[in-house]
Unconditional design. Structure first.
Length: 572
DNA sequence: GCCGTTTTCGGCCCGACTGTTTTCAGTCG
């Protein structure tokens, strides 16, 4: 989608301007970029239908930025920004992604040590060059080294949400421009892994040659790595590899199985095939002696022939799923359809960008039975956390519109868990809420014992219902808190609290492994989006994906319950 | 560069934290 490209250009321009100590403009650009990211509609359609006026109606976009967008839509670049990039001494994008480095420090590094890339930076750190610069020191050097490690680890992979958008754009494009019988994504994307390396796609095509032409000439292709009749690889703008394979219909199931992986799962499956006198490949399941194909068209059929229950892609990590499928005892995993509501949503009352009523309307469109409005509590000034009076105004607003919609609205809040483990509103206020999500938003570097005690103390508060983003990690940016998660999960079970599975693509917290670990304690979960805008409500599917990777069933997840059962549970 | 029933000019989320300093700059959320 072109929205993504334009947002990225504005972010980049903001970074460069900030380096040059231009004031306020960077903020304006970023605000506009954020709005464009959150748009429901393709921005080129807005321009086509309503012209410059339409663009200017988007908050944060005025006459100048609208002009830049129009220039980009018409020519594919923005002259002003191109010049800016030329004049800028440094590829900022990379360096400002390093945690601990902002524009000021980057500027110093560029000017004094001629550091332009992360690998330059690594070299300088290893030679202890930077600790001597004013403003830097021993600890900064150590922290930067740690951040470089995280950057490098995550850099060649992208977040699930971004990969999914790209894959779906490719599918839409290919369906529109080529005569296809079938097209699907496979690989780690189909397994809903939290980060994705390459995107793998399979098609059945009547005219493979034409299909490949369409694929390699898509508008967002930056480079064609290889172009064949059965397989092509392109690199999209932004550096993402997409692989397309043309597969005959009679092998489609086998190919989907093979290319979905994981590698370890496939090895386990091939072993099983051999033990049953078969050979399994991406072309099908063959009799070892007869060499005859016994299955290939259907993925389901392959599992059946091997004497297995169908194993959903999210479970294919060789974590015991093959044995359990053989015993016919795989859990019936929770699905997106089971979800009856979203219990962590922000609105304009705090840092959300859509109004309470817009959110409610969207939830109604999604046929949710209920939602919880959970804006930030007062300590969180940066996110416009609500003072008690504002919270009460929100309650009035909820009461006012409740009658007008079918969806039930729970009065909630995302309440900070303060340093000492207490919650950010007094009990009498918490008592007036239908649901309380408690989250840690500060002091991420605390020692293990301190963090564990803080969270356990919060869980002992009778008004807390859900522990929000329980590990606090940000994918590729921040490690989980140092805490004793066994003890936390045990307390959650003991106090009958709920663990959140935060669906935001940069969090996915709890992750699959911690979900599995927590499930052992018999706890309940809630899959929430932590939405900051209406389009964010769609993140739900990523959270459901992680829940499935953690082997959860409908019964494990409280927001599959009916409104009445949920209410009963929250009161108890 | 954007925005306005507190403004068409003068504001723009701002407090906590860290590590550097020796009273504060830079970064984060």
């Amino acid at each position: 989608m072109i929205n993504r490209e334009i947002a990225d250009i504005l972010y980049e321009a903001a970074d460069i301007l900030e380096l040059n100590e231009v004031e306020w403009k960077p903020r304006a650009y970023r605000k506009a970029a954020r709005k464009i990211e959150d748009l429901n509609e393709d921005i080129s359609n807005i321009y086509r239908d309503r012209g410059k006026k339409g663009l200017e109606e988007i908050p944060g976009i005025g006459s100048r930025i609208a002009d830049h967008i129009i220039e980009y839509l018409e020519t594919g670049e923005v002259g002003k920004f191109e010049k800016l990039k030329e004049k800028s001494p440094v590829k900022t994008g990379e360096l400002v992604e390093i945690r601990g480095l902002g524009p000021k420090k980057v500027k110093k590094l560029v000017e004094q040590l001629n550091i332009k890339t992360v690998s330059d930076l690594r070299e300088a750190v290893e030679q202890h060059q930077i600790k001597n610069l004013t403003g830097f020191g021993e600890k900064t050097e150590k922290n930067i080294l740690k951040s470089i490690g995280m950057f490098e680890k995550s850099h060649d992979r992208m977040q699930l949400g971004k990969a999914m958008n790209l894959a779906e754009d490719v599918i839409t494009y290919m369906k529109e421009h080529s005569d296809l019988e079938k097209i699907d994504y496979a690989g780690s994307l189909r397994r809903m892994k939290e980060t994705i390396g390459d995107i793998d796609m399979l098609v059945i095509a009547s005219d493979p040659d034409r299909t490949m032409n369409t694929f390699v000439s898509m508008e967002n292709v930056e480079r064609v790595e290889s172009r064949g009749v059965t397989r092509s690889t392109v690199i999209l703008k932004g550096g993402i590899h997409v692989d397309l394979r043309v597969v005959p219909a009679e092998s489609y199931g086998a190919a989907m199985q093979y290319f979905t992986g994981s590698k370890d799962h496939n090895i386990a499956l091939r072993d099983l095939a051999i033990s049953k006198g078969y050979k399994l490949s991406e072309y099908g399941l063959f009799g070892k002696v007869s060499q005859e194909k016994v299955e290939g068209e259907s993925e389901q059929g392959i599992y059946e022939r091997l004497g297995l229950q169908y194993i959903p892609p999210e479970l294919r990590e060789n974590r015991g799923e093959v044995d359990i499928a053989r015993q016919n005892s795989l859990p019936e995993l929770v699905t997106l359809n089971d979800i009856k509501g979203d219990l962590h949503i922000h609105t304009t009352f705090s840092e959300g960008s859509d109004s309470l009523e817009d959110v409610v309307r969207a939830a109604e469109d999604m046929s949710y039975e209920y939602i919880a409005i959970t804006d930030h509590s007062r300590s969180r000034r940066i996110s416009k956390g609500m003072e008690i009076e504002e919270l009460k105004l929100q309650w009035e607003e909820i009461d006012r519109i409740s009658g007008e919609y079918d969806v039930k609205i729970l009065k909630g809040a995302e309440v900070d868990i303060l340093k000492d483990g207490s919650l950010d509103y007094p009990d009498e206020v918490l008592g007036g809420l239908d649901i309380v999500v408690g989250s840690v938003h500060s002091g991420f570097e605390s020692a293990k014992e301190e963090m564990t005690e803080r969270i356990v103390a919060a869980l002992e508060n009778k008004y807390l219902n859900i522990l929000g983003h329980p590990s606090g990690r940000l994918i590729g940016k921040r490690e989980p808190y140092n805490a004793d998660f066994d003890m936390i999960f045990e307390t959650v079970a003991d106090k009958e609290k709920i663990l959140e599975i935060n669906s935001h693509p940069e969090r996915l917290d709890l992750n699959d492994k911690l979900i599995l670990q927590a499930k052992m304690f018999g706890v309940k979960f809630s899959i929430n989006t932590d939405s900051h805008s209406v389009p964010n409500l769609d993140f739900m599917r990523f959270g459901v994906g992680q829940a499935r990777r953690g082997w959860l069933t409908k019964d494990d997840v409280v927001n599959t319950f009916s409104y009445n059962s949920l209410k009963k549970m929250l009161k108890a």
